[in-house]
Design a protein around this ligand. Structure first.
Ligand SMILES: Nc1ncnc2c1ncn2[C@@H]1O[C@H](COP(=O)(O)OP(=O)(O)OP(=O)(O)O)[C@@H](O)[C@H]1O
Length: 313
């Protein structure tokens, strides 16, 4: 290679992400006693992307996660891993945190994690070392010898997280992993998940905490009454909703109501939230606003709570 064609040093600094696999639900359905609770559910969990799974109580999140992990059989549809039907061996590599936390209350924390690591094929030393590292990261270093049941519920939850992460999972499916955690534990957990994302692991987690989902997720799946209402990159979902603007003037903003091409979503004293038909409407609005002492005009970036409300309306 001549000096002229040598790649610049800066390009060499990029560290290639290990290629991970896509976990995909394709047309998943599940009925219990003739009642369909999950119907034709399709979405992708991309490698290295944190995907939030949201929906009202009973929407079918747990049922879907159980089908993804093979705990529950599908009535129809299939789960794909790396583009082909998932196998039991593939699933053995997944990390799953079930809704019903399934560890043994009487067994000491470290023994239990070590046992689970060995079930996943780790040797004892590796399982112990990784269990200790995770417990340390989750601020449970002093509790290794304590029976799980003597820990507070939040701390038992931290141990469940360690159990899901222990064997270096190829995919993570986590059913409400953040519920009941204090903010410090949420941060510790987030840090551990980000490590896995960096390694190209696809992560799916369900949650009712939309603020948390907003803060953490790259992608989102919204489920309602067993069906997918929206799925995709968070940025795309934000853009798909109505574009809204915030306006503040020195006087009451009620005058915006009569303006052509302008829809007042909310008017509260000098503040208004507006949807505009086009650039002409925007120009008309701004001209009128300047005459009334324009203080602020800005596009509103919708939070995930807004996106959720919009798609579930
Ligand atoms: N084993 C079962 N037998 C019968 N019905 C079930 C079973 N498991 C789940 N269901 C029903 O399926 C529906 C979806 O439940 P699921 O637990 O998947 O919802 P979810 O979105 O996880 O709810 P939540 O947010 O409350 O945890 C509910 O109506 C539930 O009663």
């Amino acid at each position: 290679m001549s000096a002229g064609t040598r790649p610049a040093a800066t390009t060499l600094r990029f560290r290639a992400r290990p290629a991970g696999h896509v976990l995909e639900a394709r047309g998943l359905s599940r009925a219990f006693g003739g009642r369909t609770v999950v119907e034709d559910v399709s979405f992708r969990v991309e490698p290295g992307r944190m995907t939030g799974f949201v929906g009202a109580n009973g929407a079918g999140k747990t049922t879907t996660m159980r089908m993804l992990t093979g705990v529950l059989r599908t009535t129809a549809g299939e789960v794909l891993w790396d583009g082909r039907p998932v196998t039991a061996a593939d699933r053995a590599g997944f990390g799953y945190m079930p809704e019903e936390r399934g560890l043994y209350p009487r067994q000491p924390v470290l023994d239990q994690l070590c046992y689970l690591g060995r079930l996943h094929g780790m040797d004892r030393r590796a399982a112990l070392a990784e269990a200790r590292r995770l417990l340390e990261r989750l601020d449970l270093a002093g509790r290794e010898r304590d029976p799980l049941g003597t820990l507070s519920l939040g701390n038992q939850q931290r141990v469940q997280i360690a159990a899901a992460l222990l064997h270096g999972p190829t995919a993570l499916v986590l059913d409400e992993p953040f519920s009941g955690l204090d903010p410090v534990a949420v941060d510790a957990m987030t840090g551990l998940l980000r490590e896995r994302l960096e390694q190209g692991v696809p992560v799916l987690f369900s949650s009712h905490q939309l603020d948390l989902v907003d803060r953490l997720c790259d992608s989102l799946v919204v489920l309602s009454a067993g069906r997918v209402l929206a799925a995709g990159a968070v940025e795309d979902l934000r853009r798909a909703g109505p574009r809204r603007h915030r306006l503040r003037c020195e006087q009451d903003a009620g005058w915006v109501r009569g303006l052509r091409g302008v829809r007042a979503v909310d008017v509260d004293g000098p503040d208004a939230v507006l949807e505009l038909d086009d650039d002409d409407a925007r120009r008309r609005l701004l001209r009128a606003a300047v005459e009334r002492g324009l203080v602020e005009f800005a596009e509103i970036v919708p939070g995930l709570a807004d996106v959720y409300r919009e798609v579930t309306r």
